[in-house]
Design a protein. Structure first.
Length: 631
C-alpha cells in the first residue's frame, strides 16, 4: 500500500486533501451523491473506510473494490442509526457498479487499474436516504417485574415524547442514559439497560421501541476505600469525606465528595469508582483514588486599571509541609498609588517609597486537626495602603479554628491583633486592635473562578476590646451574598447577582482606624469609580469613610463562543456616616460591559464601566483587567 498526498496548505483553501496518481498504487477519490444534509454526509464519511483511507491508496484495483464493498454495511448502519430505515446505497468504482455481495468486483478492479499512474479512479456512493423516521412510542419495562416500570422512579418529563423526534440511535441512547442516571439518583446504583427492541414500521415511517431495564437492588453507600497519595495522611483525606455508611446511595453526594476532597491543596486528582457488588449489608462500596500535586509552586499575576494603576502579585507555596496537607504560603503584592487632583491614573510616577503600596503576607493552614473536621488557620501580614483620602501602615495577625459541617458550610472563631498608624482628614493616629472574630461561610457554587450555579454567603462579626494603649473598642460586622443561575443546560447564559453590607458600632468615625472604615468603589465594588473613593464627608467636603456600607451588583454573563463572552453589568453602592445604612445619601451607580476570554485557569476579565451619576472629580470611563469574575 502506498501513501500519496497532495499538499493543500492543510485545507486552508476549503478542499479536502486528495491522493495523487502514482504508478505504484491505485489512487482514487470518493464522491457522495444524493445527500443535501451536511451533517448526514459527514456521518457517512466518518463511517466509510473508503473515505477515511482515501490518502492511503491500495496497491491494486482488487484492493480498492474490496474496500468499497466492505463499506456497504457500514453506510447502511450509519443511515439506520441516523433514522433513515428506507435508505438505499449504490456504489461504483471507475464507473462499474459493485453490489454488497461482491458482484462486479472483478470488472471494477480492472476499470480502476486503467487509472493507475494517470488519474484518480472515481469511487461514487449514491445515497437515497428516503424519509426520516420518527420515534413514535417508547415503552420501558422492569426486567424483574416483567411489567412497565414504575413512573414514580423518574422525573415527571422523563417519558414525554415529541412526535417530531427523529428515530436516531444516539438520541435513544441519550434517553437511556438519562433514565439510568435518574435511577441512580433514586439509590439504584446497579441499574442497567438489558435490551432495547425496536419495531420499524416502514409504511408509517415510524419506530416503536421497548426498552427493558434491570433496576437492581436499592442500596446505600458502603465502606470507603482510599488509595494513592502516599505522602498525605489518610486521616486528613477522610476528614473531607462527609458520607455516612448506610445512607442512601446518591451520585450527587459522590460528586460533592470528589469536589470536597479536591479542596486539599496537596492533592492533584480525585477519582471515585463504585464497587462491582453490594456488600453483606446491601451497601455499595466506594473506591477513592487520589494523586498528589507537586509540593511546591510559585506564581504571579498582574492587573491594571486606568483609575487605580498597576498591581503585581506573586506567591510561593508549600502544599504539604509535614505530610498532613499543611499549607504554608507567602504572598507579596505591590502597586503604585499616585494620587493627585485627577480622578485617573495618568502616568507612572517615579519609584519612591511614598508611592509604593502593597502587602507581605504569610499564612499557614493545618487541615483536620487530630483527624477531625477542625482546621487551624494562622495568618500574619504587613500592609501599606494609600488611597485618595487616607494612608495607613499596619501589621495584622489572625489565628482561628474552622469547623467544617459539610463540603459547603463552615464556621470559624479566633483572635485578631492589629496595630499601626493612619493619616486622614482627622490627622495622624496610632491605634491597636484586639478582637475575637466569628465568621461563617456557605458555598454551593460549581466553580471557584467562574461559577454558573449556586450561592455564596459569608458573614463576619468581630467585637474589639480596649486592651492596649491606643486601643479601640467597637463591633464590626460584614456580610455578602452572591447567587448564580444558568438559564440553559450548558451554562452559556448566566444571571449573577451580589449584595454586601457592613456596620461598625461603638466609636465615633474619627476614632475608627481609616483602613477599617467603609468605602465603596473599585473593581470588586462599584466599577466606574476609583478604589475606595465613595464615602461620606465631614460636612466641609473632606471624605472620611463611613460606619456602614451597602453594595449591589448584577451581571448577565453571555457566551458568544466556547471561549468568548460578553457581560453587561450594573453596580451600585454607598458608604454612610451612621452605623446602619439609612440610604439618605446618594447611591452611586455605574454601568458597563465586559469581555471574557475563558481559559483553563479561569476567565480573563476586561471590564469597561462608566458612572451613571458621577461627581465632578470622577472619571467618565474606567477600565479593569484581571483573572476571574468580579464576584
Amino acid at each position: 500500500m502506498s501513501s500519496a498526498r497532495a499538499f493543500d496548505f492543510f485545507g486552508l483553501f476549503g478542499a479536502p486533501e486528495k491522493a495523487e496518481p502514482t504508478p505504484g498504487a491505485v489512487a482514487y477519490e470518493v464522491i457522495f451523491k444524493g445527500i443535501d444534509d451536511d451533517k448526514l454526509e459527514q456521518t457517512l464519511k466518518d463511517a466509510s473506510n473508503s473515505w477515511r483511507l482515501r490518502l492511503e491508496s491500495p496497491a491494486a484495483g482488487v484492493g480498492l473494490a474490496r474496500r468499497v464493498i466492505a463499506d456497504y454495511p457500514r453506510l447502511t448502519e450509519a443511515l439506520w442509526a441516523s433514522g433513515y430505515f428506507n435508505a438505499t446505497v449504490r456504489a461504483s468504482v471507475a464507473g462499474v457498479t459493485v453490489s454488497p455481495e461482491g458482484n462486479g468486483a472483478d470488472a471494477a478492479a480492472a476499470a480502476a487499474e486503467r487509472h493507475r499512474g494517470a488519474s484518480l479512479a472515481p469511487v461514487v456512493f449514491e445515497i437515497d436516504p428516503g424519509p426520516l423516521f420518527k420515534l413514535r412510542h417508547v415503552v420501558v419495562y422492569d426486567a424483574r417485574a416483567n411489567a412497565p416500570i414504575d413512573p414514580a422512579l423518574f422525573p415527571r418529563k422523563a417519558f414525554d415524547q415529541d412526535p417530531d423526534d427523529p428515530a436516531r440511535a444516539a438520541a435513544l441512547r441519550a434517553r437511556e442514559a438519562e433514565w439510568i442516571d435518574a435511577l441512580r439518583e433514586k439509590s439504584y446504583p446497579l441499574a442497567k439497560v438489558v435490551s432495547a427492541r425496536p419495531v420499524i414500521l416502514h409504511d408509517l415511517h415510524v419506530m416503536d421501541v421497548a426498552v427493558t431495564i434491570d433496576l437492581g437492588p436499592k442500596a446505600g453507600i458502603g465502606e470507603v476505600h482510599l488509595s494513592g497519595a502516599p505522602g498525605v495522611d489518610p486521616d486528613v483525606i477522610r476528614s473531607f469525606i462527609y458520607l455516612e455508611e448506610g445512607e442512601p446511595y446518591s451520585p450527587r453526594k459522590i460528586a460533592d465528595t470528589r469536589k470536597s476532597i479536591a479542596r486539599i491543596e496537596a492533592l492533584g486528582g480525585v477519582k471515585i469508582e463504585d464497587g462491582a457488588h453490594l456488600d453483606k449489608n446491601g451497601n455499595l462500596p466506594l473506591f477513592i483514588e487520589t494523586t498528589e500535586r507537586k509540593r511546591h509552586a510559585i506564581g504571579a499575576s498582574a492587573m491594571f486599571s486606568n483609575i487605580n494603576g498597576p498591581t503585581l502579585r506573586t506567591y510561593w507555596v508549600d502544599r504539604n509541609l509535614f505530610g498532613g496537607g499543611e499549607r504554608l504560603r507567602f504572598d507579596l503584592d505591590g502597586g503604585l498609588a499616585y494620587y493627585n487632583n485627577s480622578s485617573a491614573f495618568l502616568s507612572f510616577p517615579e519609584l519612591k517609597a511614598s508611592n509604593l503600596v502593597g502587602s507581605a503576607r504569610v499564612s499557614f493552614l493545618k487541615p483536620a486537626l487530630f483527624g477531625s473536621r477542625n482546621d487551624l488557620l494562622l495568618d500574619a501580614a504587613a500592609v501599606r495602603e494609600r488611597t485618595v483620602y487616607y494612608w495607613a501602615s499596619y501589621g495584622n495577625f489572625n489565628g482561628a479554628i474552622r469547623h467544617r459541617f459539610s463540603d459547603t458550610a463552615s464556621i470559624q472563631a479566633g483572635v485578631e491583633v492589629e496595630g499601626g498608624q493612619f493619616n486622614d482628614v482627622f490627622g495622624l493616629h496610632n491605634y491597636a486592635l484586639l478582637g475575637f472574630p466569628v465568621s461563617g461561610a456557605y458555598d454551593s457554587t460549581d466553580n471557584a473562578l467562574a461559577p454558573t450555579r449556586g450561592i455564596r454567603a459569608t458573614a463576619r462579626v468581630a467585637p474589639y476590646v480596649k486592651a492596649f494603649s491606643n486601643g479601640v473598642g467597637m463591633l464590626e460586622s460584614k456580610g455578602q451574598l452572591s447567587a448564580y443561575h444558568a438559564l440553559d443546560e450548558d451554562a452559556w447564559y448566566i444571571l449573577a447577582g451580589r449584595i454586601a453590607a457592613g456596620s461598625i458600632v461603638g466609636p465615633s468615625i474619627a476614632d475608627v482606624p481609616a483602613n477599617r472604615r467603609f468605602f465603596a468603589g473599585g473593581g470588586g465594588s462599584v466599577r466606574g469609580y476609583r478604589y475606595r473613593s465613595i464615602s461620606p464627608d465631614n460636612g466641609f467636603g473632606f471624605p472620611t469613610g463611613g460606619l456602614s456600607l451597602f453594595e449591589a451588583s448584577a451581571e448577565a454573563r453571555l457566551k458568544v463562543t466556547q471561549e468568548i463572552g460578553i457581560v453587561p453589568f450594573l453596580d451600585a453602592g454607598a458608604a454612610y456616616s451612621s452605623s446602619v445604612p439609612n440610604f439618605s445619601s446618594t447611591m452611586r451607580l455605574a454601568a458597563g460591559v465586559g469581555l471574557r476570554y475563558y481559559t483553563g485557569i479561569g476567565p480573563i476579565r476586561f471590564d469597561v464601566a462608566t458612572p451613571l451619576n458621577p461627581r465632578p472629580q470622577d472619571s467618565r470611563l474606567a477600565i479593569f483587567l484581571g483573572i476571574g469574575e468580579s464576584f
